[in-house]
Design a protein around this ligand. Structure first.
Ligand code: PLP
Length: 376
């Protein structure tokens, strides 16, 4: 099977697998225990925290281990709900992941606003600066890169605007971390990430919060993580996540993402020339080097493309993992102004660091074959 669904999740890379196995052998203690088996484990956890803090450019005491980005983002909205005044608003981009969208609706059902995006899929900075000049929300949330389209968002500019107006800023950087340089991310008030998008295991992630300030925890029942997240830490998961991140950081440092971007571009040129009725989503704006979102030529429905490609040996997606299989068009594609008929024909191809040019070429051949089979 040729896997082109890395934005949904990535296989665990060997370095991360080894780190997980080593950790289960070497750090069997509970990091909260007072004896040496426990303190050794706690020490390993702190070293991992130091590495991540250094990588992101924040202090170690501002990092909280979580079960993944869904929990991280829910924690921020829960905290905002528990601590902001009753009349506070939360503004989130119209293309946020469902875990931000739905927790916002849950905690701020009547008092949230959606920040619009341009037809190219980029958050509208003019709208935001205009609205911020007028009133102050209690929280602004904009993701770093969109999971369905790969379109990069101007989070650096939004961070500066939020700092200027003293509005806390949450950046869901799940799809950015481990793919692109992290510079500046650690300055966001809240930042979420998870291991399984960059070669680490599922079920482990982190949340960066403002240093030295309490967080109203989502999970209660223990003093772990300075009272910000109860529950025994997933030590092997953390160490495995950090091993994966170290590996990806080296590739990013060497600028290896540039050559991956060229691969993606060559695939797109091939797609548009050999399937001329296809169109790219966000084709005119910067996107993640690994993500192609394309409106495919007309067939019965997009699931047919996925099913046909699956039978031919290609794993691709119709959008976010959460939207797949549903009939209604994704909220992300709708926010970009795609009509239901167009959104229904969007396929997402997302590669990994290890994906080769030959595999991109093979995918293109697979698409042509699937098209011929569906016409026949
Ligand atoms: N945010 C974004 C942008 C994502 O792509 C995902 C995963 O699909 C999540 C949040 C949720 O992350 P997790 O699977 O760690 O809960």
């Amino acid at each position: 099977m040729l896997y082109f669904d890395f934005n949904a999740t990535t296989p665990v890379i060997p370095a991360a697998r080894q780190a997980w196995l080593d950790a289960t052998d070497q750090f069997a203690g509970n990091p909260s225990s007072q004896h040496r088996v426990g303190t050794r484990t706690d020490h390993a956890l702190n070293e991992a925290r130091d590495f991540l803090a250094d990588y992101l450019g924040c202090t170690a005491d501002s990092l909280v281990w979580t079960s993944g980005a869904t929990e991280s983002n829910n924690t921020v909205l829960h905290h905002a709900h528990a601590t902001l005044p009753d009349d506070a608003e939360v503004w989130i981009s119209a293309i946020e992941h469902p875990c931000v969208m739905q927790s916002t609706r849950r905690f701020f059902p009547q008092s949230h606003r959606l920040i619009p995006v341009s037809p190219s899929g980029v958050v509208d900075l003019d709208w935001l600066s205009h609205e911020l000049a007028d009133r102050r929300p209690g929280l602004v949330a904009v993701m770093a890169a969109n999971n369905e389209t790969g379109i990069l968002q101007p989070w650096q500019e939004i961070l500066v605007m939020c700092q200027q107006y003293e509005v806390p800023f949450l950046c869901d950087a799940v799809q950015w971390i481990g793919k692109l340089p992290p510079a500046g991310l650690g300055q966001c008030d809240y930042l979420s990430g998870c291991a399984h998008k960059f070669g680490g295991p599922k079920g482990i992630g982190f949340l960066k919060v403002p240093s030295g300030r309490p967080v109203k925890p989502l999970l209660v029942g223990g003093p772990q993580e300075e009272g910000r997240r109860a529950g025994t830490e997933n030590v092997a998961g953390v160490l495995s996540m950090i091993a994966a991140l170290r590996h990806r950081a080296e590739l990013i440092d060497r600028g290896e993402h540039e050559s991956r971007l060229q691969m993606r571009r060559r695939f797109e040129e091939g797609l548009l020339s050999r399937l001329p009725e296809s169109r790219l989503t966000g084709g005119d704006v910067p996107r993640l080097w690994n993500t192609v979102s394309a409106i495919m030529p007309q067939t019965d429905c997009r699931v047919r493309w996925v099913v046909k490609l699956d039978k031919l040996g290609y794993a691709v997606s119709t959008g976010s993992a959460c939207s797949s299989g549903k009939e209604e068009p994704s909220h992300v594609l709708s926010a970009l102004g795609l009509l239901p008929g167009e959104a229904g024909r969007v396929l997402r191809f997302s590669s990994g660091w290890e994906t080769t040019e030959e595999q991109w070429n093979e995918l293109l051949e697979g698409l042509l074959k699937a098209r011929t089979l569906m016409e026949g």
